[in-house]
Design a protein around this ligand. Sequence first.
Ligand code: BGC
Length: 373
Amino acid sequence: MRGRKVAVWFAATALFVGIAVVLTGCGGSTATTGTDTGSTAAKPLKIALLLPETKTARYETQDKPLFEAKVKELAPDAEILYSNANQDATEQQSQADAALTNGANVLVLDPVDSASAASIVAKAAAQKVPVISYDRLILNAEVDYYVSFDNEKVGTLQGQALLDKLTADGNAGKTIVMINGSPTDNNATLFKKGAHSILDGKVKIGAEYDTPDWSPDKAQTEMDQAITKLGKNGFVGVLAANDGTGGGAIAAMKGAGIDPTTRPTTGQDAELAAIQRILLGEQYMTVYKAIKLEAEAAAELAVSLAKGEAVPSSMQLSAVNNGTKDVDSVLLAPVAVMKDNIKDTVVADGFWTAAQIMTSPELETAGAAVGLQ
Ligand code: BGC
């Protein structure tokens, strides 16, 4: 615990349950003159946002703009130092160095590599710059805050939805394929743990892969290998860790002449392409995470840390241990999305409009059948 007391209040009205998440904690930051009313000109806050990759749609289309909009609302003069590491952990180290050299008052860091990013946190701490671990937990480091979802729950939602579907189809106990995320992403470890906790002993796992960089193209290659190993009729479903890898697995099935509507496949992120595949029956489910709440919580926290603002101390955070400390954390709730609840989840929440989803005559028909208009 270093520096002045900083507390942040964040109230989030979540989709189904109006959840109020309130933060309090200690952090330190270089004082800035953001609230200075004196005669000297105020020095604008500098807030660095470092995201991990571009192959997954969410980062450039959701996280970045939503974070920036909230920062601009709270601190109109703040400068946002943005970078995306394109799946390259070494590149992310350089980007973080550049942000620190540039005078960042706080780093909001979604690490490519949950372990090696500890050295970024050490450098920031040496300069008294607080770090918010965004979406992925940075391990074994003096992280100031962690803002994410209940990631093990993401895996249990995927596993349970798949198991329920296989059971309904009379396929419980049969063979599935597991396509996990990047081995360097702590979230992927948690998704995998959650999914195994549901599926182990209930199905046979005929082939399982960790997908480097979460690349959809690598997931497609893994699925090609699984089909070769198990045979076209040797598996009844696919546990894919996100929509990108699920899309890769579905492309491999199509390439092998397998009808993907006969092999329930999971996903995560509620990407537009995945919602469309779900409507057409090609993908069975996805997990919706309200990125707006996540990005806005991180923005509120970042602005408060950068300003060194004190706010009410009556707020509660959960604690997540990262190997070094119990990190004060905001953990939001993920939601399983199947065909029948697209309307009540992603559409009701404004994540996608019906018009964005129904872009072909087939999608219009399939959308209308589940109440989209
Ligand atoms: C995120 C997922 C994302 C994946 C690939 C995970 O850490 O939580 O939303 O699909 O990384 O970028």
